[in-house]
Write a protein that binds this ligand. Sequence first.
Ligand SMILES: Nc1ncnc2c1ncn2[C@@H]1O[C@H](COP(=O)(O)OP(=O)(O)OP(=O)(O)O)[C@@H](O)[C@H]1O
Ligand SMILES: [Mg+2]
Length: 228
Amino acid sequence: MTDAVVARGLVKTFATPAEEVHVLRGADLLAAPGTLTCLFGASGSGKTTLISILAGLLTADGGSVELLGADCTTLKDAEYAHLRLTRIGVVFQDHNLIMQFTAKENIALPLVAQGLTPAEADTEAMRCLELVSLGELANRMPAEMSGGQRQRVGVARAIAGHKSLLLADEPTGSLDQTTTRALFATLRSLAGEHGITVLLGTHDPGAADVADQSFDLADGRLVPHVAH
Ligand SMILES: Nc1ncnc2c1ncn2[C@@H]1O[C@H](COP(=O)(O)OP(=O)(O)OP(=O)(O)O)[C@@H](O)[C@H]1O
Ligand SMILES: [Mg+2]
């Protein structure tokens, strides 16, 4: 089966007034469909840079990216945006929920903006909330939820619309250990039971326990993760 993520030889250098920062120096990554991949690495090693390149939010200086069978290397910004909108979910450390909307509305309203009817959007929002075990809190406002619950709403929103790939950059960065474990379990089930390919950038060593494969970003490349 074709890998869901095929990144080869990714190179990225940031130029600052003082120096050039060679963040990625030929990073390779393969991820099979429906697997959970963890990306570890010291702060500043390039996890966010790599995830942002895969998400199409940053352009690499060299190398190639194929996602879900699509050659992304030559995509124009608008085409990458369309791929994201239809097939790739992205979650960052901050959940970015709209505080004036309920959990369900946060998921459903963007779907309506994409052309679903309100009834269709509602059904899809509930399906995704149930996937992250939050069906019962659908009508809560974000302020009435815990940080971990809000993060799970963010995950539900990211995968709404039957996304096949979820890119998550430190989604548990602001959560306690118990809540972090629950979110990892959610990501594990999205990958294993629902066939979503998940890439998780994290500092939490426990993530390796739920992953199908884990890598460390070191000197600009991905190497098999070594538990510390
Ligand atoms: N826009 C930019 N301009 C210059 N340097 C940058 C820029 N963005 C990131 N960097 C540098 O690139 C390196 C990698 O940053 P990145 O955010 O990818 O690391 P990270 O592994 O996600 O770190 P953390 O674990 O702290 O989130 C860092 O040295 C950072 O200072
Ligand atoms: Mg980062």
